[in-house]
Write a protein that binds this ligand. Structure first.
Ligand code: NAP
Length: 277
């Protein structure tokens, strides 16, 4: 498994699994659990979720999937902005821990910016870390101005990641945010790496895949995995598609293939801000 180094020096898998909309449908539940377990078997041990996903249902499903295997998984969860206060974050974290049936979350993120002052959220996060309830903390959907504000508050620069929308069709962050994160050694966690499935019907990507013998999802993921400091978290609740997605790791793109993709999905040529879903 390709690994990405967190600022602490700990290495985490560059390929994780997203869980948005998992746990919502009884008919797909057992396949989702089997997919999460297969992800652990195959080394994709980073599982991304949030208290928001199904209002806790995704966290409960993960708890079931990792039962007896807690130490194999690296759990990432997110707190709602309206819960990210000094007291609220502690209660929200406790509720998540209960759903996971564990005593710790590996990485706890502020899902997006809300009205609670960043200094207060960081204080809550450091308190949770000191209590051993979370191991690392971070943010999500933070653009460059948010990052600058964060860097000015105590513990703000101790974050382990910024989880953002990033894929071949969403390259706006490359203009300013990505260079900023690199300069400050903050790894990126790329969400919706296949644009929630929409990229996979892109005619250019399908044609490119035909020429290079790769599935569209593999190309989209391999393009992100070519970057040293990017973690991808494609969601699938299906074992066959998980195996297909993991195939991206076996097919690293050459410089020439990357250049060809740049032609098909150009980088921003002027100021761009971060997009979010
Ligand atoms: P995504 O991973 O880009 O796409 C997921 C969709 O693509 C699902 O419908 C999945 O369906 C389908 N899919 C996956 N692999 C496929 C394949 N090989 N062939 C065909 N279809 C495939 O979108 P996402 O779920 O929005 O993003 C990934 C994760 O990022 C989320 O699950 C969540 O954990 C996180 N996220 C975070 C934020 C945030 O604000 N921080 C926002 C959005 C997402 P099947 O399940 O049926 O395979």
């Amino acid at each position: 498994m390709k690994m990405v180094r967190l600022p602490s020096g700990e290495q985490v898998p560059a390929f994780g699994i997203g869980t948005w909309r998992m746990g919502d449908d009884a008919a797909t539940r057992s396949e989702e659990i089997a997919t999460l377990r297969l992800a652990l078997d195959l080394g994709a041990k980073l599982i991304d979720t949030a208290e928001m996903y199904g209002e806790g249902r995704a966290e409960t499903l993960i708890g079931e999937a990792i039962h007896g295997r807690r130490d194999e998984a690296f759990i990432v969860s997110k707190v709602y902005p309206h819960n990210a206060s000094r007291k609220g974050a502690v209660s929200a974290c406790d509720r998540s821990l209960k759903r996971f049936a564990t005593d710790r979350i590996d990485l706890y993120l502020l899902h997006w910016r809300g009205s609670v002052p960043l200094a207060e959220t960081m204080e809550a996060f450091t308190g949770l870390r000191d209590a051993g309830k979370i191991r690392y903390f971070g943010v999500s959907n933070f653009d460059i101005d948010d990052m600058e504000e964060l860097w000015a508050v105590p513990a703000g620069s101790e974050i382990a990641t910024n989880q953002v929308l990033y894929n071949l069709s969403r390259r706006g962050l490359e203009w300013a945010l990505l260079p900023w994160l690199r300069k400050h050694h903050v790894p990126v966690m790329a969400y919706s790496p296949v644009e929630q499935g929409r990229l996979l019907s892109n005619r250019n990507l399908i044609e490119y895949g035909r020429r290079h013998g790769m599935a569209p999802a593999q190309i989209a993921l391999a393009w992100l995995l070519a970057k040293e400091d990017v973690i991808v978290i494609p969601k699938t609740g299906n074992r066959t598609r998980l195996r297909e997605n993991l195939g991206a790791l076996d097919r690293p793109l050459t410089q020439q293939q990357l250049a060809e993709l740049d032609g098909l999905f150009p980088a921003p040529k002027g100021p761009h801000s971060l997009e979010m879903l």
